[in-house]
Write a protein of this length. Sequence first.
Length: 146
Amino acid sequence: MLDTRVLGEDDWKVWRELRLAALTEAGYAFGAQLADWQGDGDREERWRGRLAVPGSYNVVVMLDGHPVGMASGMPTEHDGVVELISMYVAPAGRGRGVGDHLVRVVERWARLVGARTLRLAVAEGTRTPVLSTCAPASGTPVRSAA
């Protein structure tokens, strides 16, 4: 069973674990690089700050008590427009509907905050196959906002 957990600053260790896994496995798919979040970049206050962005919505999906997916909803500078960013599904969660679940949860948040548009933020140069990992199961076309 999939369990959604909305994260606050105090949950930074959970976010850190998944984010580092994401950057290790698929750094090409994100705007940040693993090196940005290691060494001097790997500080508790920085992780807390990432989860404390005003207006953000940060979630992880738990499967059998283990975090297997993450995503954020972020406000933008445009009124009524929010973005889905930092989405990642760990190998243990793939093929189990975690990606679809994350999209639905962030979409629900977007509606609750009155957004008219939910944009998928994709790192420049990201290949289409990365996006297709959640699109076929949902039947919903996924397009880059770029």
